[in-house]
Design a protein around this ligand. Structure first.
Ligand code: NAD
Length: 422
């Protein structure tokens, strides 16, 4: 049984995930047992990972894997390497994965993993030993039909390749479907690398249609310039014809009202490690970036950055939540009242898990699709999910996040009922 203590801070991501679920459960009139199962992870694992460092010493890292709910299919969710990782962050992300796979109507459940570490302080060989050590701890609990990890913040296709290799060594057979987000040469899917951003861009395109906004030439801002944020820049320009006027990362932000060139900026970031200092731009803080007069704001970094304090000052028409949990529940209410159209995280950033699911399907067939085929299938899935949620928001007269919860929770409950759990 999971330790049911949850840090009581209002910014605790798992307290927020539970609060969001409770709101949906009340509207759906769920019974006590159903609520109890869905408010908590069904299984969670806490473990220590000893790692031999390059200087010969041993460091011990704390790791987690949470299998939140697998009524609809194997648990699915990334592994995050972060110095501030906590079990409650992992629980929240695992809950959101459960709702994400359900809102996308994928035959998967929800899970998540993490290691408390600072990957920027580890050498490549130390990172490899940590990644393999993680798999040694969870190998008996994961598998293509049990629980399938993937990348998240500060984990990469290379890390997935080491993890898959370690799993294959332990099991003594080739099983690429145990992990997704792998390099294409090792059973990864074409189109996975930019899938999260691409899926988010498709939902922005659909939002603009229902709001009757022409996005061409309109300004956008992006907080976070990693996998999700940097590809959002590229695709907002390529697919939507927008201009991206501001971006930021953990070292700072930059602003240019005429729009930033993606290719030059990504080259600058590759050379210097940050977007900060990009020539002919004005520095901007992460806080100020959120309040710029843009049409679309993409939070693409970490949790709780749009709060009741700054929500009244947000000027964007659409907030496309590529990050998980960027908006607090109090901010949600303020944004809704102010007519800001929020595309909630577990819908907006579901492109990653959707192509991860495509990757599993291709691994199972041992036959791989062309990139255009992946894009087209992703577009179909994102567009359908967007309109399921939008229709629910209109019918139930609730904001988009609550509508997404109503769609997702109903599907998970239906699966639990059919299994005879509740
Ligand atoms: P990443 O590690 O590639 O990038 C994270 C980015 O955020 C980096 O540019 C980092 O500098 C920046 N950042 C960190 N702290 C910051 C701060 N305080 N202020 C501003 N920027 C900061 O991670 P990612 O995969 O792009 O993930 C970003 C978000 O998207 C996370 O919330 C993640 O859970 C979510 N997400 C990612 C995927 C995916 O497939 N990559 C899928 C779904 C959701």
């Amino acid at each position: 049984m999971a330790d049911k203590r949850v840090m009581r801070s209002p910014r605790n991501p798992f307290a927020i995930a539970q609060r969001q679920f409770d709101e949906a459960a009340a509207i759906l009139g769920l019974d006590e047992a159903t609520r109890e199962i869905l408010r908590w992870p069904m299984r969670e694992f806490h473990f220590l990972i000893p790692v031999r460092m390059d200087d010969g010493s041993v460091r011990v890292f704390k790791g987690f894997r949470v299998q939140y709910n697998d009524a609809r299919g194997p648990a699915k969710g990334g592994i995050r390497f972060h110095p501030e990782e906590t079990i409650d962050t992992v629980r929240a992300l695992a809950a959101w994965m459960t709702w994400k796979t359900a809102v996308m109507d994928l035959p998967l459940g929800g899970g998540k993993g993490g290691v408390v570490c600072n990957p920027k302080e580890l050498s490549p060989t130390e990172l490899e030993r940590l990644s393999r050590g993680y798999i040694r701890q969870v190998a008996r609990f994961i598998g293509a039909n049990i629980d399938v990890p993937a990348p998240d913040v500060y984990t990469t296709p290379q890390i997935m390749a080491w993890m898959m290799d370690e799993y294959d060594i332990i099991k003594g057979h080739w099983e690429p479907g145990v992990i997704t987000g792998k390099p294409v040469e090792l059973g990864g899917s074409r189109g996975r690398i930019d899938a999260t951003a691409r899926g988010g861009i498709y939902t922005v395109r659909e939002a603009a249609k229902v709001l009757e906004i022409d996005l061409r030439g309109q300004p956008a801002a992006i907080q976070g310039y990693g996998n999700a944020g940097s590809f959002a820049h590229k695709l907002a320009v390529e697919i939507l014809g927008m201009k991206v006027v501001a971006v930021s990362d953990s070292r700072g932000g930059i602003y240019d009202p005429d729009g930033l060139d993606y290719y030059q900026l990504i080259e600058h970031k590759r050379r210097t490690g940050s977007v900060a200092g990009f020539p002919d731009t004005t520095p901007i803080s992460n806080e100020d970036l959120l309040e710029l007069p843009v049409t679309v704001l993409f939070p693409a970094a970490l949790e709780n950055i749009i709060t009741e304090e700054n929500a009244p000052r947000i000027k964007a028409r659409i907030i496309a939540e590529l990050a998980n949990g960027p908006t607090t529940p109090d901010a949600d209410v303020i944004l809704h009242q102010r007519g800001v159209f929020v595309i909630p995280d577990f819908l907006c950033n579901a492109g990653g898990v959707t192509v991860s699911y495509f990757e599993q399907v291709q691994d199972a067939m041992n036959y791989y699709w062309k990139e255009e085929e992946v894009h087209q299938r992703l577009d179909e899935k994102m567009t359908k999910a967007f309109h399921d949620v939008y229709q629910m928001s209109q019918e139930a007269r609730v904001h988009n996040r609550l509508a997404a919860y109503l769609v997702a929770v109903s599907r998970v409950v239906q699966a639990m009922k059919l299994r005879g759990w509740v």
